[in-house]
Design a protein around this ligand. Structure first.
Ligand code: ATP
Ligand code: SKM
Length: 290
């Protein structure tokens, strides 16, 4: 019993750490999970390609939850164990939602292995991954904004307290990503400090719910650089050229969206910074079996 699924990474329009409401968009870079299930060897194990010491609890918990809920899809004997392996184009803990993508891919790959993808809605698949992320402590709010964007594709606005999608729209943007070499785990972010900028986050939410995602993103970028202690220079130096630019998630990556030729010019400037840059696009299909 084997299943595979690929989930897109995402960039931030609104970070949910201030108010519990967030917004994110899927980008065309993937984390793939391959799951094999067993009716004989007990226990769930995980592996992250290229990160032998990586924390596999999130993806293991996702597989366990799906097996608990839908393991009966294969009849008897029951599934008692399994192995999950992820491979990713996206760096971990870089602000590009690799944890949400890994959880979504692990959930859908497990359903695929059980031949049971029709047993859950896609929104509920994302909610299961969020539940696993809360359990293992890799998130501040549950990050349903990131999970829903990666699962459904397009741009979503969500309430992370109730795990509800407030709006979803398909967008077609070019996207520039800069990932510095540093890493920042979401679970370590200073949530109390982020709450101080709630009035600004509510403004970003209003803009996003009006469909003005790109301006929303830039306001988010300035506000959350200040709250989380990141240098806002990548936002300041490019905001006149692009449609929107922001710190992504809890950093350290930045994303910019807009006109391709403007993004190419900004890329030349960002290429002089340490780390990597990447020109890609938004993604509208969300998580898919492979
Ligand atoms: N490719 C992956 N495979 C398996 N687990 C992953 C993967 N990426 C992230 N994780 C899990 O998520 C944790 C990292 O969480 P974190 O929220 O910091 O990363 P992120 O999602 O890249 O960051 P952000 O939420 O700021 O975008 C890791 O410790 C690991 O448990
Ligand atoms: O861990 C979390 O709850 C979050 C992390 C970041 O990606 C944020 O952008 C997101 O809104 C919430």
């Amino acid at each position: 019993m084997e299943g595979t699924a690929a989930a897109p990474a995402a960039g931030t329009v609104l970070n949910a750490l201030a108010t519990g409401r967030g917004s994110a968009f899927a980008i065309d870079e993937y984390t793939t999970a391959t799951v094999s299930l067993s009716t004989e060897s007990e226990g769930f194990t995980g592996e992250i390609a290229g990160a032998p010491d990586g924390d596999t609890r999130l993806i293991e918990r996702c597989v366990e939850y799906v097996v608990d809920a839908h393991g009966d899809a294969v009849g008897t004997p029951p599934v008692v164990g399994g192995h999950v392996r992820t491979e990713s184009d996206v760096p971990m803990a870089a602000g590009l939602k690799s944890s949400s993508a890994a959880a979504n891919a692990a959930v859908m790959a497990t359903l695929d292995a059980l031949d049971a993808t029709d047993r859950m809605t896609r929104a509920d698949m994302a909610r299961l991954g969020v539940m696993a992320a809360r359990d293992v402590g890799v998130t501040a709010t549950g990050a349903f904004d990131d999970a829903s964007a990666s699962m459904l594709g397009g741009v979503t606005v969500t309430d992370n307290d109730s795990d509800e999608v407030l709006s979803r729209e398909e967008v077609d943007w070019d996207v520039l990503v800069w990932s510095p070499p540093e890493r920042a785990f979401s679970a370590d972010a200073d949530v109390e400090r982020c709450r101080k900028i709630a009035p600004m986050a509510r403004l970003v939410e209003d803009l996003a719910l009006d469909g003005d995602y790109q301006r929303a993103m830039t306001v988010n970028g300035l506000a959350f650089c200040a709250a989380l202690g990141f240098d806002a220079e990548p936002v300041v130096e490019s905001m006149a050229d692009v449609g929107g630019v922001s710190l992504s998630g809890t950093g350290p990556s930045f994303t910019a969206v807009g006109d391709r030729s403007a993004l190419e010019t900004v890329k030349e400037r960002w290429d002089e910074r340490p780390g990597t840059t990447l020109l890609t696009t938004t993604q509208t299909e969300g998580t898919q079996t492979v």
